[in-house]
Ligand binder design. Structure first.
Ligand SMILES: [Zn+2]
Length: 361
């Protein structure tokens, strides 16, 4: 339920949203002095990403760039002429490598001959692509068949990830962001805070003096960030990284205005961190409760995500399901067995030891 407080801010699910409405697609809204919120369209059900434009001297620093689509280029042209008024982009910062964030970073950097700032982990993953090929590589098909899908369905997943919008434009170089790196933009000091689990080395930007946190996809209101295991690294445990990152973010004061990459800016960071932990704990509990008998990842996916539409949804949901399964296996509460080319998960017998994390083969 949404209510309005005395200042006109919207209260919803324990979070306070100072702007009841987002700017229209391609429009901007000033959320702090020298910080503009730009709404960029996306061609999906999640139909937008928020970019932040930071005023600096005689130009602008942009945080995230949008996806590699014709619409994105059109919006940028509009911003260059109507918002930047001919002033240049001085630097591009990408919170992480995902195609809606870093999709046109290479183009912006080339057009304005300005540097791109990213963490090393994200810059490297920007260049890891599912190979463009008529048929999936064996490891791709193997991953989905072991989860319970057919080879035909695996081929459909492969086709879905070949969509050219998911391929960011190439970037030739970068300047490295690390945990604690400082960027002084428009006289305001931003400190880099690294998070993991949604992507390998995600950068958030925190201004302690002004109480602002550009959170990227590390903290989103209302929707949860994907925390998934993909065919690239079937044994990954991103949920452990994600939950650890949430704990580290509690060092940021609850009073900050959170500027996320999707939905709307909000207050009550700590409440949201609690909600995110509860969301994943709920999934973990449901998974364990359903593993009294051996279950495939496909069966568990239907338990955690009962309503899905289309292969892309399934791809994301399966990744999330496996993230929870791998987490529980690492904790020693779930075990997995392979029979007939299918992996099944069941509760570990009581007193069973957690597997040795050094044992990878
Ligand atoms: Zn992302």
């Amino acid at each position: 339920m949404a209510d309005l407080d005395a200042n006109g801010a919207q209260l919803r699910d324990g979070l306070r949203y100072p702007w009841p409405q987002p700017p229209a697609s391609g429009e901007v809204c000033e959320v702090a002095p020298g910080v503009l919120w730009l709404r960029m369209p996306l061609p999906f059900r999640l139909d937008h990403i928020n970019l932040y434009l930071l005023q600096h001297e005689a130009g602008w620093v942009v945080v995230d760039t949008g996806m590699n689509t014709a619409q994105t280029f059109a919006v940028w042209e509009q911003v260059f002429s109507q918002v930047f008024d001919g002033r240049p982009v001085l630097a591009v910062i990408c919170t992480h490598f995902h195609s809606d964030h870093a999709g046109v970073a290479g183009w912006l950097s080339e057009r304005f001959q300005c540097p791109l700032y990213m963490t090393a982990g994200e810059f490297q993953w920007l260049h890891v692509q599912v190979p463009a090929a008529p048929a999936p590589p064996w490891a791709f098909t193997d991953f989905y068949q072991k989860a319970g899908f057919s080879a035909v369905q695996a081929g459909e997943f492969f086709a879905a990830v070949q969509n050219k919008h998911f391929r960011p434009l190439p970037c030739t170089g970068f300047r490295r962001l690390r945990q604690g790196s400082q960027l002084t933009i428009g006289g305001r000091c931003w400190q880099v805070l690294i998070g993991n689990g949604h992507s390998p080395e995600h950068a958030c930007l925190y201004s302690a003096a002004d109480g602002l946190l550009i959170s990227g996809d590390q903290v989103l209101p209302r929707i949860t960030s994907t925390v998934g295991v993909q065919a690239t690294e079937p044994q990954a445990n991103p949920l452990r990284d994600w939950l650890d990152s949430i704990e580290r973010l509690r060092a940021v004061p609850d009073s900050v205005l959170v500027l996320p990459s999707h939905e709307r800016p909000f207050f009550n960071l700590h409440q949201r961190l609690d909600q995110l932990v509860a969301h994943h704990q709920g999934h973990l509990a449901r998974m364990l409760a359903n593993c009294t008998e051996p279950r495939s990842a496909l069966e568990l996916m239907a338990v955690l995500f009962p309503t899905l539409s289309g292969r892309f949804d399934e791809l994301m949901a399966l990744g999330e399901t496996l993230a929870h399964a791998n987490y529980l296996m690492a904790e020693g509460t779930l075990v997995r067995e392979e029979r007939g080319g299918l992996l099944r998960y069941r509760r570990a017998p009581t007193g069973a030891k957690a597997p040795d994390p050094q044992q990878v083969f």
